[in-house]
Design a protein around this ligand. Sequence first.
Ligand SMILES: Nc1nc2c(ncn2[C@@H]2O[C@H](COP(=O)(O)OP(=O)(O)O)[C@@H](O)[C@H]2O)c(=O)[nH]1
Ligand SMILES: [Mg+2]
Length: 317
Amino acid sequence: LATDEPADLVERARTGERAALARLLSLIERGGEAAREVSRICFPLSGTAYTVGITGAPGSGKSTLTGRLIRGLRAGGAEVGVLAVDPSSPFSGGAILGDRVRMQDHALDNGVFIRSMATRGHLGGLALATPEAERALDAAGFEWVLVETVGVGQVEVEVAGATDTTLVVVNPGWGDAVQASKAGLLEVADVFVVNKADRPGVEETRRDLEQMLDLSGHPAWRAPVVACVASTGDGVDGVLEAVASHREYQQTSGQLERRRAGRLADELGQVVAERLRQKALDLLKGDALDGLRSDVLERRVDPWSAADQIIRFLNSS
Ligand SMILES: Nc1nc2c(ncn2[C@@H]2O[C@H](COP(=O)(O)OP(=O)(O)O)[C@@H](O)[C@H]2O)c(=O)[nH]1
Ligand SMILES: [Mg+2]
């Protein structure tokens, strides 16, 4: 009997029932008690999938490239889960339609699961919902989880960077590399992909990126710059090889474990901060602190001292 219980949904998702997995992701998006239950069950079942972020400016070819990566990974027999994270467009929104069309090759392949995500009610928004969604795909048995996010805005860049390997997609032409750098993408890139290499300016863009990398010192891993034409598939093998080298480097150096541990520690910090923030806001919305609020408004108590009192109140409640 099909139920909507998180435990039951997880069990069914793990036997390959995609509708159950879709339902799990909806629960995560919506947040609240059910999302926490999903999270609690999926956490110990996850930790084996390899996650790849694909980010860059709108229109740079992220979805087209993602479709090609899916194809390449499927050719090796692996199951691939994809999250298209788009804060600006809800699940049925127009912007996602293009992604669906480009990825429709895979619509009938049960080894591929593509889902666009909006955050709706999730506490902490995108930054906290995405790793939970990744873990649901991981728990459902996908060996690869691809996360496409638009590389505009701090949270989106953070989400894209919170993967095992992050691809930053730029296009040929003057200034694209500089734009990527301004958006904070240089810091999160493990591999640069110069997509639309059928257009002029590939070498200039490559040179710009290499120069920026020169300026950023001598890290243990220097992001390679790989050119491709996602629309035809030319050069996509090189992108997959770069992902494989980065994975290999991280596994042999211990960096993968450190990076994952760092991400979990960050996530824990964010969850705690978010929950405390929510508690404090709820408290301030009520009338329990009316007196204290007047004290601040009438300048009898300064905000920092008032905050001390509020924190004491939160601790004792
Ligand atoms: N000329 C050319 N066009 C491409 C290439 N890759 C993608 N496109 C086109 O660029 C547009 C935006 O692609 P899309 O994958 O939706 O970009 P996204 O917004 O980054 O996901 C679409 O019209 C694609 O067909 C490429 O390698 N060369
Ligand atoms: Mg897209």
